[in-house]
Design a protein around this ligand. Structure first.
Ligand code: ADP
Length: 161
């Protein structure tokens, strides 16, 4: 059984993330989404909220067989613990590449047994990020093209109580 880990902050999960998860699931027998506990940026949603939204969004998208975990510390350690042979990351723009290249090479130095696999974003999601969604929603804009209903409701509660 091939198994991959798709890590991220998912603050919150968007259709861009879900598209990557869906496509990764077609390549690997098992997919685990890893929600990082302490990303190096401040999050809008707590770890439990981010994880809960990932679970519900995956369910809505027909990806209920994808496992969701949270992890703290080194990604490569999490991958080994989960016995994942690959780490999945999504690529949108040039700046993603520079960052991901560095991380992937470092992870290979730490453990050459875990391969980094990059999936190119879909045309519709090139400019989609969790930060853009938060910004649009903060100013009262419509985000239903970018995130599932459960995420939109959660954003609504965060910003408007
Ligand atoms: P991180 O803080 O680890 O980058 P994110 O939740 O921002 O966490 O992103 C997780 C992964 O999903 C990253 O590999 C990112 O490039 C990818 N990703 C995010 N949005 C998109 C998108 N619209 N299209 C493709 N990949 C995406």
């Amino acid at each position: 059984m091939s198994r991959a880990l798709y890590p991220g902050s998912f603050d919150p999960i968007t259709y861009g993330h879900l598209d990557i998860a869906k496509r990764a699931r077609q390549i690997f027998d098992q997919l685990i989404v890893g929600v990082v506990a302490n990303p190096n940026k401040k999050t809008l949603f707590t770890l439990e909220e981010r994880k809960g939204l990932v679970e519900r969004a995956l369910q809505e998208e027909g990806l209920a067989d994808v496992n969701v975990i949270s992890y703290d510390g080194l990604l490569i350690e999490c991958a080994k613990e989960q016995q994942a042979e690959a780490i999945i990351r999504g690529l949108r723009v040039n700046s993603d590449f520079d960052y991901e290249f560095q991380i992937a090479l470092t992870n290979r130095d730490l453990d050459s047994g875990v391969e980094s696999v990059f999936l190119m974003t879909s045309r519709d999601y090139v400019f989609l990020s969790s930060s853009i969604v938060k910004e649009i929603k903060l100013y009262g804009g419509d985000v239903d093209r970018f995130v599932p209903g459960v995420v939109e409701e959660a954003l609504e509660r965060k910003f408007r109580g």
